[in-house]
Design a protein around this ligand. Sequence first.
Ligand code: HEC
Length: 121
Amino acid sequence: MNGNQWRAAIVAGFFALTLSWIAFVPPGEAADLGRGGEIYKLMCRKCHGRSGKGDGPKAKSLKKKPRNYTEPGFLDEHPDAELKKVVIEGKEPMPSFRKKLKDKDVDDVIAYIKTLAGGGK
Ligand code: HEC
């Protein structure tokens, strides 16, 4: 093979790799935990606390304290779809994040919360 053919082969190889990667990553696992953590730190930690126990600095002044995510069974009782709904729509006194977070952001931050939570399947 000459230089151009090699180049074409390499490009084709990368293309095939990328395609197979996209095809084999299940949608639920593509969430970006690093980004989820950043969002959590910025928007959620003040109420939900650093480790998700519902003990953030702002929690004390709320009329209802956030749930402790780290309690066993939390994830069993709260399927992803329900967590997502609360984040998008809010649940007094938690505000709605519909305007602040994109759908993908919500998925990322929920994936992060799940790393804090205990007792999931
Ligand atoms: C102003 C404080 C506050 C902020 C900010 C906040 N939350 Fe909440 N959150 C709460 C409270 C209080 C509850 C409990 C509501 C209830 O049980 O009725 C709650 C409930 C939840 C629930 C549902 C769990 C359950 O027990 O049903 C999820 C999921 C959640 N919050 C995620 C988030 C995420 C993600 C963010 C950041 C994007 C966030 N929260 C920001 C106060 C807050």
